[in-house]
Design a protein around this ligand. Structure first.
Ligand SMILES: [Fe+2]
Ligand SMILES: [Fe+2]
Length: 300
């Protein structure tokens, strides 16, 4: 019998890697003596990445006001270090995961639509609940299901079996993945997030977004979990995973209430409406990341 997927994964030596500059930026973030100059110089050592970061900083997602920023230094000044680190992390993971061609393009598209929709909704929920997560909630939403891409790339048959089972039986992917892979996208995502040395809050959300009460960063995991539900309810899903749900029955809801967050601002009906507005931003974000030279703005 073949060894379990997680064991086989650990033996693979060509897993995607993050650009070394991204790793350096992430570690700079923890240094007390970090300066704008230091971060700008670091990112500049990878010119294509630097160009992408600058374009993203000028996209409608991050831009503040009408003025274009022309240098990374100014972008950091305007957006703050935290947001530049968020942008660098997202872009690096995005490019690491899109370097290999997808076998099933439509499923890969569904995956990115779901991921970006979750990130945008997380930003919305975070604002509504006044959590002030400094844009980290967007990155966490964007990357929460990263394990699915790894499963799809390296264990395509088993992943497709889980995907089809999820659709046929209307069961969540993490359950059907367990049945076909003997692991799930949370464990696989956690493995790769640790390997990449992603910040602890990201490792945690990747592992616990379906069970925020177990998370070390429960607020963030709960915000992403709510956003994940909302994205799926708005048909931004990968797999079936679109079963109706009552937000107040979810683990995330209990976590937020227990932590004294005023959850009254979370009205599912209203959020469904807002989710529709987020729909067009999903495409725009993906275009900005995929075709950075076009600057991401679409006419009409
Ligand atoms: Fe998930
Ligand atoms: Fe998800």
């Amino acid at each position: 019998m073949e060894p379990p997927v997680l064991e086989r994964l650990k033996a693979i030596d060509d897993l995607p890697t993050l650009p070394s500059v991204a790793l350096e930026v992430l570690s700079l973030a923890h240094r007390p003596d970090v300066t704008i100059q230091l971060v700008a110089e670091c990112i500049h050592r990878d010119p294509p990445l630097a160009a992408k970061v600058l374009r993203m900083a000028n996209s409608s997602f991050y831009r503040r006001g009408d003025r274009q920023v022309e240098t990374l230094h100014r972008a950091i000044l305007f957006l703050g270090l935290a947001e530049i680190i968020n942008i660098t992390t997202s872009l690096s993971v995005f490019s690491a995961l899109t370097s290999r061609r997808a076998v099933e393009v439509s499923i890969r598209e569904q995956f990115w639509d779901h991921s970006v929709a979750t990130g945008l909704m997380a930003r919305h929920v975070d604002k509504k609940l006044q959590m002030r997560s400094l844009g980290r909630e967007f990155v966490a939403g964007l990357l929460h299901d990263v394990g699915k891409i790894i499963l799809d790339q390296y264990f395509h048959e088993e992943f497709m079996a889980a995907y089809n089972l999820s659709r046929e039986q209307d069961r969540p992917m993490y359950e059907t993945e367990m049945a076909t892979c003997g692991t799930n996208h949370m464990e696989v995502g956690y493995y790769i997030a640790r390997k990449w040395n992603l910040p602890p809050y990201l490792q945690d959300v990747i592992l616990w977004h379906h069970k925020p009460s177990r998370a070390a960063f429960p607020d963030m995991a709960a915000v992403v979990s709510v956003a994940d539900h909302m994205a799926r309810a708005a048909q931004f899903s990968c797999g079936a995973d679109t079963m109706p749900f009552v937000l107040a029955d979810q683990d995330a809801w209990a976590v937020l209430k227990e932590r004294g967050v005023d959850v009254n601002g979370l009205d599912v009906e209203r959020m469904t409406f807002e989710m529709e507005a987020i729909g067009h931003q999903v495409k725009e974000y993906i275009e900005t990341v995929m075709n950075p030279e076009e600057g991401g703005r679409r006419d009409g």
